[in-house]
Design a protein around this ligand. Structure first.
Ligand code: GLU
Ligand code: ZN
Length: 492
């Protein structure tokens, strides 16, 4: 039987790292096993639904280059793939269960249910939940409710005895006593809307899903879903619940840890290949050591057996590292066009940039690749090229282990050495050596010389590599800034 897996998000918020990890695992498993990857939109919760979330889902998958074989937009033999377009199907199947005596109509009013809940809380009763009041209504009772115009819900009859087990590829057998499963959950609401459980099980069956790979937080729904499959007389797909995605502190990844929405990562200038590579390594590994894996490689080598049982940690620093590596590997033209919108937004270049500005951007690429963790870093890294805001706080010029006197000397002598050598066309290494020598004479660390020069020329402590900065700025302008800084410090 060929593999068919699905990513089944509910469009109730932006796609986040955990969701995308689920999508990637499903996608790579489908590809590597020659199967199909299906996208299904579980939008039965109309209150939490938003168009923006649905757009974000499509845009995010598109940005990552994750194409679905069947699903919204592209269609497929088991469509529609948007649950809100399938309500007739759910109703039909729920009514079928009623006919077969496996489910029943419940006419209880919200008031009755609320009272019941309060009583259970008050009496500290062991029994929680619906009291199965309508499980055995007589025909007359039912007719009476109908006559009153009460619209019923449909509830599943959960056995009171025995237990339900399902097997999970990663977690092993998971067993739950039937009496601990929520008593007779609603399958179809009174307005004809299905609940998540009903729609999810029906669709997985009708769409021929062979493996259910989803977050571990859905494990508690497992036994109920198995009961539903049994009620319908359908085969249960293979379950594979994915390890949780945690923050560094071992708590479930959330906004407290930083950005979680993929869109935010995209806006900051992470590359899709870095996200794909790193996120796939959260809770999965090829061999415990391989780090760099392209999407194309993962499409071949992803194995379900290699999914970890223990939670995976999402480390922002590690992602930054991956991203900076991928930035270095990326094509220069691509980096230039990725940097451009940030430079436009910062007001550094016109929109669209002029030919001359484009030239400048192109020249920026190589040095910027050395320093950017994310593409948006380009704004701070290149600010000195577009606006000249000298650093006035003299302490910023003074490196650790140096002092103001030595800093003045470093600027004065270092500047002289630097510019005279540059004008003579000396190599960077030779100049570096000469500046190093100066630092020894001044009895300070190398940075004691480089930092004041860097701050003077780039108006910042963090910037592009020094020699690149000077050549981008032009020798005369760089020298002017250095002299200005020196004057300023001397005056203080
Ligand atoms: N719609 C559910 C979600 O948002 C799907 C869970 C499942 O994959 O069964 O995660
Ligand atoms: Zn009832």
């Amino acid at each position: 039987m060929s593999v068919r897996v699905r990513y089944a998000p509910s469009p109730t918020g932006l796609q986040h790292i955990g969701g995308i990890r689920t999508a990637l695992f499903n996608y790579f498993f489908a590809k590597s096993s020659g199967g199909k990857f299906i996208l299904r939109v579980e939008d039965t919760d109309r209150e939490r639904y938003s168009d923006e979330s649905l757009d974000d889902l499509y845009q995010t998958l598109d940005w990552l280059g994750i194409k679905w074989d069947e699903g919204p937009v592209v269609g497929g033999p088991y469509g529609p793939y948007i649950q809100s377009e399938r309500f007739d199907i759910y109703k039909k199947y729920a009514e079928q269960l009623v006919k077969e005596g496996k489910a029943y109509y419940c006419y209880c009013t919200p008031e009755r249910l609320e009272k019941l809940r309060e009583e259970q809380v008050k009496s500290k009763s062991e029994y929680q939940g619906y009291d199965r009041h309508c499980a055995n209504l007589t025909d007359e009772e039912r007719a009476e409710y109908e006559r009153q115009g009460i619209k019923p819900v449909i509830r599943l009859k959960v056995p009171t005895e025995g237990k339900t087990t399902f097997h999970d590829v990663i977690m092993g057998d998971i067993t739950r006593k039937n009496k601990d499963i929520s008593p007779d959950p609603i399958l179809l609401k009174s307005d004809g809307f299905p609940t998540y459980h009903l729609a999810n099980v029906i669709d997985d069956h009708l769409m021929g899903i062979t493996h259910i790979m989803r977050a571990q937080e859905w494990i508690p729904s497992g036994p109920l879903h198995v009961l539903l499959y049994q009620a319908f007389g359908w085969d249960v797909p293979t379950y594979c619940h994915l390890p949780m995605v945690m923050g560094k502190d071992g708590q479930k990844l959330s906004k407290r840890h930083g950005s979680t929405a993929v869109r935010e990562f995209r806006e900051k200038g992470y590359l899709p290949e870095a996200i794909i590579n790193y996120v796939t390594l959260v809770g999965w590994s090829l061999d415990g050591s391989t780090e760099f894996l392209s999407k194309e490689q993962l499409e071949k080598c992803f194995k379900m057996e290699n999914i970890h049982k223990n939670p995976g940690k999402f480390d922002y620093k590690k992602l930054d590292w991956f991203n900076s590596q991928y930035i270095r590997m990326a094509d220069d033209e691509r980096i230039a066009s990725l940097m451009t919108p940030y430079l436009v937004n910062a007001g550094f270049v016109s929109n669209p940039p002029t030919e001359e500005e484009n030239d400048k951007i192109r020249k920026l690429v190589k040095p910027a690749k050395e320093r950017m963790k994310v593409i948006s870093d380009i704004v701070e890294l290149s600010r000195f090229l577009f606006v000249d805001e000298p650093v006035e706080d003299e302490s910023m010029y003074v490196a650790k282990g140096s002092d103001l006197e030595k800093t003045k000397a470093a600027l004065e002598d270092g500047g002289r050495i630097l510019f005279s050598m540059l004008r003579k066309g000396k190599k960077d290494e030779e100049i570096e050596e000469a500046l190093m020598k100066l630092s020894q004479d001044l009895e300070i660390k190398v940075n004691g010389v480089f930092q004041p020069i860097r701050v003077a020329i780039t108006n910042s402590q963090v910037s592009l590599p020094l020699f690149d900065s000077i050549s981008l700025l032009g020798l005369d302008e760089a020298e002017r800034r250095l002299e200005r800084a020196l004057r300023m410090i001397k005056e203080k």
